[in-house]
Design a protein around this ligand. Structure first.
Ligand code: NAD
Length: 309
């Protein structure tokens, strides 16, 4: 039953893609790490009259730089020598190289449209047998594969690693409606035995299991802080060390995740709910939206609730 994964490709070299490639390298699996290489202003930034020197643009470019490995804390690699197992590349030029891998992991920005377009491009180079998974935090796998061939869809599923991938044991595996059960079983075994993960197979529902609960908890904490006038330090003192979670306090966690990603993840559930108190709880407070628009998106940009010193 054991699946044979000797080479992988990770697409998206941000917080998670770089961390996943490092985790694979630690497990002895060489991987390609592909990303777009941004060098210009987006149309939206141009319309705002921003230049490349604007702090929000600089933060975006820094966050998108190829190989986020060097800015990830704590260190994602057991040993710097393992870096040789990771081959960075440009998505535009190097996507064809996925024909030589056994597993492609998509870890680009949390946006259904972008992920769908990427899966279409992956299918152009895909050959029978290559497993394709998405690291989405909660976007529907079936929504992502809509329009793809039945053969391709049988090979696609969600593999939701947690941040940081080297340290977090939990891995959610999310089969789509037409994912081959044999691939689910083989990948579950591989991720458990070879990658050391505690695998939970989740249904393809908005934000799956852990993020449906975790996002709710973070938003309720943030809203309570705003309503009661607590400070970031006070909330982190109570939700971190005092609860025996020295590194997982509320705002430390948000900075680690990335505020831009967190907003996408919260919106993903908000848009799917019809109404009532649960929907209200998933509404993103204005302060988070403002921070994202300033480029204060967390550790990857050097500034979130905390400034990187
Ligand atoms: P990130 O912002 O750090 O990185 C996203 C990467 O996507 C960037 O390197 C960017 O260049 C690339 N990208 C953007 N637009 C693209 C496009 N059109 N085509 C190809 N690549 C593009 O984000 P992240 O935190 O690494 O999140 C990646 C995925 O992992 C998301 O689906 C996210 O929800 C999920 N995830 C994130 C966390 C977390 O804590 N940050 C945890 C679990 C899962």
């Amino acid at each position: 039953m054991a699946t044979n994964i000797n080479r992988a490709a990770v697409i998206g070299s941000g917080v998670m893609g770089a961390g996943i490639a490092a985790h694979l390298a630690n497990a002895g699996i060489p991987s390609l790490l592909l990303d777009i290489v941004p060098t210009a202003l987006t149309p939206d930034e141009e319309a705002k009259g921003w230049t490349l020197e604007h702090p929000a643009v600089r933060n975006r470019l820094a966050a998108n730089a190829l190989s986020g490995l060097t800015r990830l804390k704590p260190s994602p690699l057991y040993d710097d020598a393992f870096l040789s197992r990771i081959t960075p590349g440009n998505l535009e030029d190097d996507l064809g190289k996925i024909r030589d891998v056994d597993w492609v992991i998509e870890a680009v920005v949390e946006n259904l449209h972008i992920k769908r377009e990427l899966l279409a491009k992956i299918e152009n180079h895909w050959k029978q047998g290559i497993i394709v998974s998405s690291n989405t935090s909660g976007i529907s796998i079936d929504g992502m594969t809509a329009g793809r061939s039945e053969a391709f869809k049988r090979h696609v599923l969600g593999t939701h690693f947690f941040n940081p991938p080297r340290y977090m044991k939990l891995l959610e595996i999310i089969p789509g409606e037409t994912t081959d059960p044999d691939i689910v079983a083989r990948l579950t075994e591989f991720c458990g035995k070879r990658l050391g993960k505690g695998v939970v197979v989740a249904k393809d529902t908005p934000n799956f299991i852990a993020n449906r609960i975790g996002t709710y908890g973070l938003l309720v904490t943030l809203q309570t802080m705003i309503d009661k006038g607590y400070t970031v330090d006070e909330v982190d003192a109570v939700t971190g060390p005092a609860m025996g979670r020295p590194k997982s306090a509320t705002f430390r966690t948000l900075d680690l995740v990335g505020l831009d990603t967190f907003v996408h993840v919260a919106n993903n559930v908000y848009e799917k709910l019809d109404g009532g108190p649960e929907k209200q709880a998933f509404q993103v407070p204005q302060v988070l939206k403002d921070m994202v628009s300033f480029g204060w998106i967390g550790e990857k940009a050097g500034q979130g609730f905390y400034k990187k010193v």
